[in-house]
Design a protein around this ligand. Structure first.
Ligand SMILES: O=C(O)c1cc(=O)[nH]c(=O)n1[C@@H]1O[C@H](COP(=O)(O)O)[C@@H](O)[C@H]1O
Length: 237
């Protein structure tokens, strides 16, 4: 399976997001992530606007609620024809299974392929201190991430979102066919920011990442298309 670079379209309006995206030649067929900021601002029409330009959509709404609510919301998302969507693994087995059920039912009703369901493990902004003190989860970040990956696999998810630092351990624990999609990607020269568990594109490729999620290193670059191409070169070599 092709390993995508997923551009996080973290913009406050549809106009800005689409103006940014329209710099990319249509034949590049980039995959873009629509997250909470853009979706809440622009509504579901932003999904069709991006799809109409020939790009695949990762709809990242990180659902985390009671199982019945998550299943109903996923039934709606399942109809949209997106390629990936997300749920928080911390919601537990019953909620994760309900999410999958809702997605499949929605996709079947609309006659589209069901999105791949990715469970958020520990956010890449979480470090050891946040895990142990704020979340009161003892043990290492890696152990918590691998635990959530096992839970996600047992709950019929297609993969997880994690740091590239944990991908190898996840593939060893639950199988190489389980997707480990990795944000927190930073070129070696980047300044530090809110991301805590970071890796370069080349290191993520070597670790076995199944796809990169990248926002600011592309969206805030002076030349976004060139930045995308440079990361693609590093990722594919
Ligand atoms: O679910 C995500 O996409 C996600 C999970 C995670 O653990 N860390 C993380 O950074 N993300 C998202 O990945 C993108 C990263 O953006 P940059 O930090 O700008 O590259 C943002 O849209 C985040 O919402």
């Amino acid at each position: 399976m092709k390993r995508p670079i997923i551009i996080a379209l973290d913009f406050p309006t549809a106009e800005r997001a689409l103006a940014f995206l329209d710099q990319f030649p249509a034949d590049l067929h980039v995959t873009v992530k629509i997250g909470m900021e853009l979706f809440y601002a622009a509504g579901p029409s932003i999904v069709t606007d991006v799809q109409a330009r020939g790009h695949a959509v990762f709809l990242d709404l990180k659902l985390h609620d009671i199982p019945n609510t998550v299943e109903s919301a996923m039934r709606v998302i399942g109809r949209l024809g997106v390629t990936y969507t997300t749920v928080h693994a911390a919601g537990g087995h019953v909620m994760l299974s309900a999410a999958k059920r809702g997605l499949v039912a929605g996709a079947m009703a609309a006659g589209v392929t069901a999105p791949k369901l990715l469970a958020i493990t520990q956010l890449t902004s979480t470090n050891q201190a946040i895990l142990n003190q704020d979340q009161q989860i003892m043990g290492t970040v890696r152990a918590s991430v691998v635990h959530y990956a096992k839970l996600a696999r047992a709950s019929d998810c297609d993969g997880v979102i994690c740091s590239a630092q944990e991908v190898q351990a996840i593939h060893t624990a639950v199988g190489a066919d389980f997707l480990g999609i990795t944000p927190g990607i930073r070129p070696a020269s980047a300044q530090s920011d809110d991301q805590q568990r970071v890796m370069t594109p080349a290191a993520a490729a070597k670790a076995g990442s199944n796809g990169l999620v990248i926002g600011r290193p592309i969206t805030q670059a002076a030349e976004p298309v060139q930045a995308y191409r440079d990361i693609m070169t590093e990722w594919s070599n």
